[in-house]
Design a protein around this ligand. Structure first.
Ligand SMILES: NC(=O)C1=CN([C@@H]2O[C@H](COP(=O)(O)OP(=O)(O)OC[C@H]3O[C@@H](n4cnc5c(N)ncnc54)[C@H](OP(=O)(O)O)[C@@H]3O)[C@@H](O)[C@H]2O)C=CC1
Ligand SMILES: O=C(O)CCC(=O)C(=O)O
Ligand SMILES: [Mg+2]
Length: 736
């Protein structure tokens, strides 16, 4: 029998699940709907790949693998909550926590030498970074703000920082030598099996990858980022930030671009602290400093040095801070800078947050200051500079009047940069890298220098056809203009444009406003419509999907957590993501410190409603449809009555909002007349909830204000965390 699968993930969404899931299961039980869970948390994914290190009773199934298979099956109905895409520091701290809990898993080998270490390293490398989404996303992306959410934001706008025309904030990006400028691309006329070969200047060849099967009609790209150009660029930006007296900040996606971006991150750290690295290089090499994991790695590693050496290095670091521009801070109280940990500043969330805050970031004194946002590769940086220019000219966007920008994003089957992980290489020596087919034809080739980062991407034809179809479907269904954000001057986009023009002919596009604009023009076009209250669908590739589905939601409705985020799977199943953002680590901190969880589960509510609707049509289950419709109405009511979580301790939090969802959902089911059984069942249920509202709300708020222990961060203690997340005896008794 088909089921709805609810994913157990990490951090705030996983905490919320402990409260919400029992409610959901209680509501759907009588309708013959099974809501099962799969654990794809970072901790579970680690345990799943090391059965040989664990005791029999500690072993877990590989739920990600089985979900990946399910996603290719028409029966799939998966509710996917955000999970940690682990940076190395996150991975290491999860490993430590598991080891302390008695799981005898190996350490992460920073410099694997033996075969055994290399095997361990390769298992960990599969877990790190964005390792879940690419496996489950067997479809393209349809993300939008539901009407109720837009209306709520218009009535109750989030705060927006003002923008002034003399803001010194700007984006800095490379004008040569980056991935954008070196890109080569082609479409395959026939299926092929290719290998990737590095040839040095003496003619020695090294095969970087072989046996890579490509399909007919697939677009492939090869490109390289020159480290020499990167160094020159970063040095100039550091000097310029100091001269202009703006904060220096770096914005990368080290999680999703898990091979290239940590390397770039590391280079920026080394250049920023150039004098420190030059002077102490030998020591750093000896103690195994690796700043691809951020400057924090250096600070941690030097702790093991004798005190005088450590003090000397710390003094040199202080000097570097003094001589350089001010760094943007992630947490000025704790001295955490923008360069500390790559997973603290993730571009899709960090740039919009900055734009929402007048283009400012925090300085060391905890004050807001104008910022230089360094985004090394210029492929997509322009959309942020165009948005910033727009705000400088027109002032901040006004959430009470602005339109909306839904997105249709190409991502299925690891499209574009998503699929580059196993085809990205740090190049050992000067020469060239070639993509060569079985007959020896060189399909793509780039000149490289030692240290350059070379990568290849793929976009298969079937996902592209599906994406064009989805764009037309959404444009038609919402009667909204749609813009393909593609640049004819970029090699990859030029190939894609040919396909878009071809596949648009497969659909009835009469009366639709469909256009193709380069990203910067598309941004300005969209923003100009946006301030007039007009809606525009962005139809984009994978990276822009990621950027745009945080950028516009954060400006429009304050957070991308409130987005409806659907992935119609290409084989007919449904993947329903909850919101378009992440796992909000700061929210966990607040819960632990003061037992208040400000996570908003609106994304979960929206996803569940569409999952129920999908379940209904896939299984011919009329009750599921009634449940879904009632849930949607209940969600609207929750917004109207402002029963979403507050940010402040003592006020309604995530758990309180779940109670109100249950109350309204039950009331809607009691009020409907499509299903008599549900009506009867939930009339009783709704009355019980309503009668006990005051008691339950009091029980839920009484617990707040004190620290709590959930027994772990990556793998909390189930008993403790359930107690924390379900503190109302009265509510629990009614649910059970
Ligand atoms: N689909 C996925 O699985 C995704 C996973 N991630 C992962 O999430 C982690 C954190 O990423 P990060 O870039 O910091 O982005 P997040 O989206 O987790 O956080 C950014 C900020 O957005 C706000 N926010 C996000 N979701 C909610 C919500 N449901 N309710 C209320 N506020 C919300 C919070 O603001 P405030 O603190 O001001 O309340 C939060 O600090 C990383 O490990 C990353 O890899 C990121 C994106 C998608
Ligand atoms: O997979 C990830 O690491 C993040 C994905 C993400 O940010 C998104 O899909 O919007
Ligand atoms: Mg994103």
């Amino acid at each position: 029998m088909s089921k709805i699968i609810y994913t157990k993930t990490d951090e705030a969404p996983a905490l919320a699940t402990r409260s919400l899931l029992p409610i959901i299961q209680a509501f759907v039980k009588s309708s013959g709907i099974d809501v099962d869970t799969k654990d794809i948390s970072l901790a579970a994914r680690i345990l799943a790949v090391f059965p040989d290190f664990l005791k029999e009773d500690q072993r877990v199934t590989d739920d990600l693998e089985s979900l990946g298979k399910l996603a290719k099956n028409p029966e799939a109905n998966i509710i996917k909550l955000p999970n940690i895409s682990a940076s190395i520091p996150q991975l290491i701290s999860a490993i430590k926590e598991l080891q302390a809990k008695g799981f005898d898993i190996p350490n992460y080998p920073e410099n694997p030498k033996s075969d055994a270490e290399k095997d361990i390293r390769s298992r960990y490398d599969k877990i790190k970074g964005s390792a879940v989404n690419p496996v489950l996303r067997e479809g393209n992306s349809d993300r939008r703000a539901p009407k109720a959410v837009k209306n709520f934001a218009k009535k109750h706008p989030h705060s927006m920082g003002e923008w002034s025309s003399d803001s010194k904030t700007h984006v800095a990006t490379m004008s040569e030598g980056d991935f954008a400028h070196n890109e080569k691309s082609l479409t395959l006329n026939e299926a092929a099996t290719v290998k990737i070969v590095h040839t040095d200047n003496a003619g020695n060849t090294t095969t970087l990858k072989e046996g890579l099967g490509l399909l007919k009609g697939e677009i492939i790209d090869a490109t390289v980022l020159s480290v020499r150009a990167l160094f020159k660029f970063i040095e100039a930006q550091i000097a310029d930030a100091k001269e202009k007296n703006v904060l220096f900040s770096l914005h990368m996606k080290a999680t999703m671009m898990k091979v290239s971006d940590p390397i770039i991150f590391g280079h920026v750290v080394k250049i920023f602290f150039k004098d420190v690295f030059e002077k102490h290089e030998a020591v750093f090499n000896k103690i195994g400093v690796n700043v691809n994991s951020g400057f924090g790695n250096l600070l941690e590693n030097i702790q093991e040095l004798p005190e005088d050496k450590r003090k000397e290095i710390e003094a040199d670091i202080e000097l570097a801070y003094k001589n350089g521009p001010s760094l943007a801070m992630v947490n000025s109280d704790k001295g955490i800078t923008n360069l500390h940990v790559p997973s603290d500043v993730i571009i899709d969330a960090s740039m919009p947050a900055m734009i929402r805050t007048s283009g400012k970031m925090w300085n060391t004194k905890g004050e807001l200051q104008d910022t230089k946002a360094v985004i090394p590769d210029s492929s997509y940086a322009g959309i942020y500079s165009a948005t910033i220019d727009f705000c400088k000219k027109n002032g901040a966007f006004d959430p009470t009047t602005m339109g909306t920008v839904p997105n249709v994003g190409l991502m299925a089957q690891k499209a574009e940069e998503y699929g580059s992980h196993d085809k990205t290489f740090e190049i050992p020596s000067n020469g060239k890298v070639s993509v060569i087919d079985a007959s020896g034809n060189v399909l793509l080739e780039n000149t490289v220098e030692a240290g350059d980062i070379w990568r290849m991407c793929q976009a298969k034809d079937a996902p592209i056809q599906d994406w064009v179809k989805l764009a037309v479907t959404r444009a038609r269904a919402s009667n909204t203009p749609a813009v393909f954000w593609l640049d004819e001057n970029r090699a990859h986009d030029a190939e894609l444009i040919k396909k878009v023009n071809t596949y648009l002919k497969d659909h009835d596009t009469s009366g639709l406003d469909l256009r193709i604009l380069a990203p910067i023009e598309a941004t300005t076009f969209t923003c100009e419509r946006l301030i007039k209250g007009e809606d525009t669908i962005s139809v984009s590739g994978n990276v822009l999907r990621d950027y745009l589905t945080d950028l516009f939601p954060i400006l429009e409705v304050g957070t991308s957590a409130k987005m409806l985020s659907i992935v119609p799977l290409m084989n007919g199943g449904g993947l329903f993501e909850t919101g378009a953002g992440g796992s909000a680590p700061k929210h966990v901190q607040q819960l632990v410190e003061e037992n208040h969880l400000r996570w908003d589960s609106l994304g979960e509510f929206l996803a569940l409603a569409v999952a129920l609707e999908h379940f209904s049509s896939a299984n011919n289950n009329a009750k599921a449809k009634v449940l879904g419709e009632a849930l949607d109405t209940a969600t609207e009511k929750l917004l109207e009555n402002q029963k979403g979580p507050s940010r402040r301790v003592g006020e309604i939090d995530n758990r309180g909002s779940h109670f109100y969802l249950a109350l309204y959902w039950a009331q809607e089911l009691a009020n409907q007349n499509k299903d008599a059984d549900l009506k009867a069942e939930f009339t009783v249920f709704a009355k019980k909830l309503a009668d006990n509202e005051a008691v339950i709300v009091e029980e839920l708020s009484n617990v707040q204000g004190k620290p709590v222990d959930t027994g772990g961060y990556y793998k909390p203690n189930e008993v403790l965390v359930n107690q924390v997340m379900r503190p109302s005896k009265t509510f629990n008794a009614i649910i059970e």
